[in-house]
Design a protein around this ligand. Structure first.
Ligand SMILES: [Mg+2]
Length: 434
């Protein structure tokens, strides 16, 4: 059975554009002497955040610890992440896309969707040519490469940009969909988590083509609204429009706490880490974001740092959903007898917390309970001060030695009427009591 032929008259032209090893490409663009060399970022966390293609070719991948990466490749150039510069490059990249049309979606720091529908006439050329021009402009002006997918829907365009990398260009037209989906395993489909893939495999499906030839009712019954949307998108019916709403500029949230004096006490270090995590999640919710990736690092007395990173199954705003994952990472990182001086938490892959989508197997009640608890914590802390209500695991800190450095700084304690700890008048003033 073949999918129905599409009504090409009403079809869309959607581009997905994806920066190739974006962070290290930006570094190589600013520091041309690093071109052609194995480069990684993530020095500050002790985990590789991004690896250049030269580093990837040697077997150094994202998420590996720095220690391991340097063992594989002793000549590696290791850089600290410079998110401010990456954000600037990202901004310029999206400005180039917006020269062609305002219908641009900032999907992440280095990924965007562009709806080119109707622009053929204005630019008097094919959609392929317009998409290639955008790709060339970015390459020429920013000296970084991007991979591009062009197709009838976001779902297909995203598959296209991943197909050839780096500096790839893949166009999937209505007649090419079947052949393309036949080569695409289910796990590569945008929006399918591993539970969904397992479920579909139990029904004997292997490729994205096996999925799209299934009857509409069958898909709706088995996977609900989200699955039905993906089915439509893969068939070339664009049901998920390019969303031009501006994304938040918070690309990561990190919290680091240096101890007053180094410690080897497992409970104390864990409590400090939990406190970092609580602060990070408070900030996350204040900015109405949710998180998809989490990194944890412990810094030793000799400034050596080790860390782990985990991708979450679903984006979340609740600390309870990540505590078991973080505990696992901590148990692997902590070495008894070593002296530690700081803990660090980084929340990454942030997205706007505006729409709720549940995967098929998710426990909706449990998730909603977690969210209600988070709201209660935020409300209590707003009224009575940060960390008034906190996890029992961090209570250990209250028993611990209290020093001058833990006191509230004067700039936070001495506030003018109308000021809050976060919003203060930005003028110098004398600290006088009248
Ligand atoms: Mg990318």
């Amino acid at each position: 059975m073949q999918p129905q032929l599409l009504n090409l008259q009403h079809s869309k032209a959607i581009v997905h554009l994806d920066g190739d090893s974006f962070f290290t490409s930006v570094e190589q663009s600013i520091k041309p002497y690093l071109k052609g060399k194995p480069v990684v970022t993530g020095k500050e966390r002790g985990i590789i955040a991004c690896a250049s293609y030269e580093a990837k070719a040697l077997g150094v991948a994202r998420g590996v610890t720095l220690r391991e990466a340097l063992r594989i490749c002793p000549d590696l150039t290791v850089l600290p992440s410079d998110y401010e510069t990456y954000s600037l490059y990202s901004k310029r990249m999206f400005e180039i896309m917006r020269r062609y049309t305002p219908v641009v979606e900032e999907y992440s720091i280095d990924e965007g969707f562009i709806d080119l529908t109707g622009l053929r006439r204005i630019f008097r050329t094919s959609y392929e040519e317009i998409a290639m021009r955008i790709q060339r402009d970015i390459n020429r002006e920013l000296d970084i490469t991007v991979s591009v997918g062009l197709s009838l829907s976001k779902g297909l365009a995203k598959l296209g940009s991943k197909f050839r990398k780096p500096h790839g260009f893949t166009s999937i037209d209505g007649l090419g969909i079947n052949a393309f989906l036949e080569k695409t395993p289910l796990k590569k489909v945008w929006g399918f988590g591993h539970n969904t893939v397992n479920l579909l495999e139990k029904h004997g499906l292997k490729t994205a083509l096996d999925f799209v030839v299934k009857p509409e009712q069958w898909v709706e019954h088995l996977l609900g609204k989200t699955g039905h949307e993906i089915w439509n998108e893969l068939r070339g019916n664009s049901v998920n429009p390019v969303n031009t709403q501006e994304k938040s500029s918070y690309y990561t949230i990190s919290k680091c706490k240096t101890f007053t004096s180094p410690s080897s006490d497992r409970d104390f270090i864990w409590a400090k880490l939990v406190r970092n995590l609580e602060s990070a999640f408070i900030k996350l919710r204040r900015h109405k974001l949710r998180v998809r990736a989490i990194a944890v690092a412990l810094r030793l007395q000799d400034f050596h740092q080790d860390g782990f990173e985990a991708r979450l199954n679903r984006p979340t705003t609740s600390i309870y959903e990540v505590i078991p994952v973080v505990r696992g990472m901590f148990e692997n990182l902590y070495k008894p007898g070593k002296e530690y001086r700081a803990t660090m938490v980084v929340l990454g892959k942030l997205e706007n917390d505006d729409t709720r989508q549940y995967e098929f197997f998710e426990d909706r009640l449990r998730i909603e309970t977690f969210e209600a608890v988070s709201r209660a914590i935020d409300e209590t802390n707003r009224r009575y001060g940060k960390h008034t209500l906190s996890l029992g695991m961090s209570l250990y800190l209250d028993k611990h030695r209290h020093t001058d450095r833990d006191d509230t700084p004067c700039r936070k304690a001495c506030l003018l009427p109308g000021e809050t700890k976060r919003q203060r008048l930005n003028i110098p003033r004398l600290m006088l009591s009248v």
